[in-house]
Design a protein around this ligand. Structure first.
Ligand code: URA
Ligand code: SF4
Length: 223
């Protein structure tokens, strides 16, 4: 019964159709405490799609992905790698903010496997409509959503990977759940660290340059 699948409209033909349906999602309990759903945004013809973890505190308030500190850092890294930010679509593996209250502060909590899996149909549907050439996986949560639990970002970051067999699943984006069955050609995938991990790193410059290096792999692989 759990999962976003049944909240995704059969007749979704565009990202806007998905986006309009997303606020009605009750696929897991995270909608209960979050301010609002935070759907992906960007160029509907994007060749490049970046997948983060979940909205943060600021994203939850504004309703837009990557508009807080991690987003600013990501934007700088994209620029430094020579990627045109206009040809980008940015989204998250989980679409509602998961947090716990500490006093009056909302503290980020990493989503659990059940949240990642519940929310995955939205991500899959975004891919089905976007048909990205390259997907950039930002950090462990997005990697779990798309590459399975045994993938290690630290071991395989910055490598241009084929779309993995491990991600083959009945609702994998190659067999889109959207009516009309959009066939998605297998794209490539590059995993890298999450921009929030750069912000937390002991040496931010080194961590930032590492992120940029991985994104340069992406830039040179784009057609
Ligand atoms: N971190 C994420 O993974 N996604 C956002 O949208 C913001 C911060
Ligand atoms: Fe639905 Fe995802 Fe929000 Fe859970 S986190 S309610 S699955 S949109």
């Amino acid at each position: 019964p759990a999962g976003a699948e049944r909240f995704i409209p059969d007749k979704a033909r565009s990202l806007d159709d998905l986006k309009q349906a997303a606020p009605g999602c009750r696929g897991c309990e995270l909608y209960e405490n979050a301010t609002q759903v935070v759907f992906g945004r960007g160029d509907a013809h994007a060749k490049l799609v970046m997948v983060g973890e979940q909205p943060g505190d600021i994203e939850d308030q504004k309703g837009l992905p990557f508009v807080g500190p991690a987003g600013h850092l990501l934007r700088r890294a994209v620029d430094a790698a020579g990627i045109d930010p206009g040809t980008l679509y940015i989204t998250n593996a989980v679409k509602h903010f998961r947090f716990e209250m500490r006093g009056k502060r909302r503290i980020h909590q990493t989503p659990e496997r059940q949240h990642i899996e519940a929310c995955r149909p939205w991500l899959v549907s975004e891919f089905a409509l976007l048909r990205p050439e390259i997907v950039v996986v930002l950090g462990a949560t997005a990697a779990k959503a798309l590459l399975g639990p045994s993938f290690r970002v630290t071991r395989q970051r910055g490598e241009l990977l084929p779309w993995p067999d491990a991600a083959q699943h009945p609702d994998d984006f190659r067999t889109a759940p959207i009516e009309g069955g959009v066939e998605v050609p297998p794209g490539k995938l590059v995993a890298t660290i999450h921009p929030s991990a750069v912000l937390r790193a002991d040496n931010q410059d080194i961590a930032f340059n590492g992120l940029v290096d991985d994104l340069k792999v992406v830039a040179s692989a784009l057609s």
